[in-house]
Design a protein around this ligand. Structure first.
Ligand SMILES: [Zn+2]
Length: 155
C-alpha cells in the first residue's frame, strides 16, 4: 500500500512514457493523441482510485489551499463517491472498471456544471470534443490507474 505522495509520483512519472508509447504505436505518429494520452495520465493526479477515501486526504487539503478554494467544489464532489465505495474496493481500484466508474462520475459533474452555466446562468457554451480524443485520454488515465493498482499491491 503506497502513500498518496508515492501514488502521485508514480502517476506523474508514467505520463511521459504513456505519451511516448502511444505516439510510437500510432501508425501516423499522431502527436496530438499522444499528448492527450499523456494528459490523461496526468489527470490521474486529480482523478485517482483513492478518491474512495471517505475523508479529505493531505493532497485534497493542498488542492483547496493552492486553488484559493476554487477547487473545493471538485474535492467536495468526490465525498459521496468516497462514502459509497469502501477504500480499495474493486469498484474503485480494479483497472478499467475503476477508471470507467470515475469517468462516469466525472461526466455527471461536468453535465451539472454545463446545465448550471447554460440553463441557470444562460451562458452560451459550445463544446466539441472528438470521441477519439476522449478514448486516448481514458487510455492515459487507465495506465495511471494501473500504476496505482500495482503500487497498492493489486487489491
Ligand atoms: Zn489506492
Amino acid at each position: 500500500m503506497a502513500s498518496g505522495r508515492t501514488h502521485a509520483l508514480i502517476t506523474a512519472t508514467l505520463a511521459m512514457p504513456t505519451a511516448a508509447t502511444v505516439g510510437l504505436l500510432l501508425s501516423q505518429g499522431d502527436v496530438k493523441l499522444a499528448l492527450i494520452a499523456g494528459m490523461g495520465g496526468l489527470s490521474g493526479l486529480l482523478l485517482h482510485p483513492d478518491q474512495d477515501l471517505d475523508h479529505l486526504d493531505f493532497y485534497e487539503h493542498r488542492i483547496i489551499k493552492w486553488s484559493w478554494g476554487l477547487l473545493a467544489f471538485w474535492v467536495g464532489w468526490w465525498i459521496p463517491y468516497g462514502r459509497l465505495i469502501p477504500h480499495r474496493h474493486w469498484l474503485s481500484h480494479t483497472p478499467f472498471i475503476g477508471t470507467i466508474g470515475r469517468v462516469m462520475y466525472l461526466v455527471v459533474y461536468l453535465v451539472i456544471h454545463y446545465l448550471v452555466l447554460t440553463e441557470g446562468l444562460h451562458i452560451r457554451i459550445e463544446i466539441q470534443i472528438e470521441l477519439i480524443s476522449i478514448i486516448y485520454w481514458v487510455i492515459g488515465l487507465s495506465i495511471a490507474d494501473i500504476g496505482h493498482w500495482l503500487a497498492d499491491g493489486m487489491p
